[in-house]
Ligand binder design. Structure first.
Ligand SMILES: [Zn+2]
Ligand SMILES: [Zn+2]
Length: 66
């Protein structure tokens, strides 16, 4: 099943798994709605574009260190 995402902002075609446009970095709403980053510490489902848990402020993405 092919479902490339066309950026509403700049018209760039991105692969379906993209969380944001590779060109202008506009987040894809449809992807965002179902894709959350679950906090490894408190399991709160955070918005995908957050870097840290909004509840406990744990880093959500690998390779990040404070
Ligand atoms: Zn774009
Ligand atoms: Zn948390």
């Amino acid at each position: 099943m092919s479902g490339n995402l066309i950026c509403k902002n700049c018209g760039t075609e991105n692969v379906a798994q993209s969380a944001w446009c590779e060109k202008c970095l506009t987040p894809f709403q449809t992807y965002q709605e179902e894709k959350t980053l679950q906090c490894p510490h408190c399991f709160h489902p955070n918005d995908y574009n957050l870097d840290h848990c909004e509840v406990c402020h744990e880093p959500l993405k690998p390779g990040q260190s404070e």
